[in-house]
Design a protein around this ligand. Structure first.
Ligand SMILES: Cc1ncc(COP(=O)(O)O)c(C=O)c1O
Length: 280
């Protein structure tokens, strides 16, 4: 596998990251995952814009964001993925310096890593729907930054895996925030509802495709908090994410959503999303 590391294409096995890398020591870095359909990057502008914002918010100086799309294409070619279903992973940390919490000297170069890998779409789950669990949101209050410091998400995802669920969805102060790696939406009386954008959720690229798609389809959509106690009244639920796309949720904890099968609005949104992908 050929990857990009600090300015060079090289075999993945030859990448050497210092034990003093701030990503390793502090989780002091940001990342993005971009989906690739038949060799074409989906929503790359939105992902790279969000990456630039994450870097800005963490004050990590990296001037190469504009080059990352070209690097991603080259990696797809180098790895024989130019016509495949794949994903691109980008990670940038604050670089390598002796361990000290405050920033290293301003001339410390960031560590930049990009890889492209084949991706197997979760076709069966898209058809059947998945189970999620609700967990307390123990994360910090800058969930709008896509940082690699993901331990709360890791713990939540493990709890989901142990419960036989696809995703753990965080609840903060009685309101449903988002999943450990997805945004969450539910349908009440024909209206799609999802948490409003704030510092408590990631501005999901899939969310930013799905909301306008709802409007195009004439499906009412509201960015307004979903309270945990309202959830049992939801007719449908779904999670949205880059690798998850529009995924029906048919079970929450130990109860069924609607009749326990993917609902009609979720289906319409899935079809419209597929149409968007095939128009790439
Ligand atoms: C916490 C969290 N929320 C939401 C999302 C969905 O964002 P996107 O649609 O850009 O993949 C992700 C994606 O990884 C995430 O990690």
């Amino acid at each position: 596998m050929i990857v990009y590391f600090n300015g060079q294409m090289m075999p993945k096995d030859e990448v050497r990251i210092s034990p003093e890398d701030r990503g390793f020591v502090f989780g002091d870095g940001v990342y993005e995952v971009i989906r690739v359909y038949a060799g074409k990057l989906f929503e790359s502008d939105a992902h790279l814009k969000r990456l630039a914002r994450s870097l800005r918010e963490l004050r990590i100086g990296y001037d190469g964001v504009a080059r990352l799309e070209g690097i991603s294409h080259r990696l797809l070619v180098e790895n024989g993925l130019e016509a495949e279903d794949a994903a691109v992973y980008i990670q940038i940390t604050r670089g390598t310096a002796p361990r000290k919490h405050a920033f290293p000297p301003a001339d410390t170069p960031p560590t930049v890593y990009v890889s492209a890998y084949a991706f197997d779409p979760p076709e069966k789950e898209w058809k059947k729907g998945v189970k999620i669990i609700l967990v307390p949101d123990i994360r910090w209050t800058r969930c709008d930054i896509k940082t690699v410091a993901l331990v709360p998400n890791v713990l939540a995802a493990q709890q989901a895996a142990e419960a036989g669920a696809k995703e753990a969805v965080f609840v903060r102060d009685g309101a449903v925030a988002e999943g450990a790696h997805t945004n969450f939406a539910a349908v009440f009386n024909g209206e799609v509802r999802t948490a409003p954008y704030s510092n408590l959720i990631l501005p999901g690229t899939t969310r930013n495709v799905a909301i306008p798609l709802c409007r195009e389809l004439g499906i009412p959509v509201l960015e307004f908090p979903i309270l945990q106690h309202e959830l049992k009244a939801a007719d449908e639920a779904m999670i949205w994410g880059t690798t998850t796309e529009v995924m029906p949720v048919v079970q929450i904890d130990d109860w069924q959503v609607g009749d326990g099968t993917p609902g009609p609005i979720t289906r319409r949104l899935q079809e419209a999303f597929a149409g968007r992908v095939s128009a790439l």
